[in-house]
Structures are given as structure tokens and as C-alpha cells.
Design a protein around this ligand. Structure first.
Ligand code: SF4
Length: 64
């Protein structure tokens, strides 16, 4: 079942935690100081979930 990973970039505070935990799915835009999703429906979804849990502002969303 494909999942959809999204970031509410308005809320992102640029801590880079998600990129450290799950570089397969998240990358960082240094010029905007925001994370973005590189692999919204693939990659290692378990680490994406871990990253979502670690996000201090809970702005990573995973939809089934
Ligand atoms: S963990 Fe959350 S706040 Fe931190 S960079 Fe990723 S999306 Fe942004």
C-alpha cells in the first residue's frame, strides 16, 4: 500500500532531525532552511515514521 509523506513547510523550524534520521526520504533546502520530501511514496517508510515522531513541531504527515 502506497503511503504519502508530506511536510507542512510553514511549520518546519529547520532542525534537520528528519534528514538525519531518514535521508532516503527527506532532504534539506539550505537556502530556505526547510526540509523537503525527496521520496514521498517510496524509500524506507519505517524511518520516515521515526522521523515524523521525532519532529519537534510534528509537521511531518504520513497518509495511508
Ligand atoms: S524534523 Fe520537522 S522541523 Fe525538523 S527539519 Fe524535519 S520537518 Fe523540519
Amino acid at each position: 500500500m502506497a503511503k504519502q509523506v508530506t511536510i507542512d513547510t510553514e511549520e518546519c523550524i529547520g532542525c534537520q532531525s528528519c534528514v538525519e534520521i531518514c535521508p532516503e526520504v527527506f532532504d534539506f533546502n539550505n537556502s530556505e532552511d526547510k526540509a523537503f520530501v525527496t521520496n514521498p511514496d517510496g524509500g524506507d517508510i519505517e524511518c520516515a515514521e521515526e522521523a515524523a515522531e521525532s519532529c519537534p513541531v510534528e509537521c511531518i504527515h504520513i497518509d495511508e
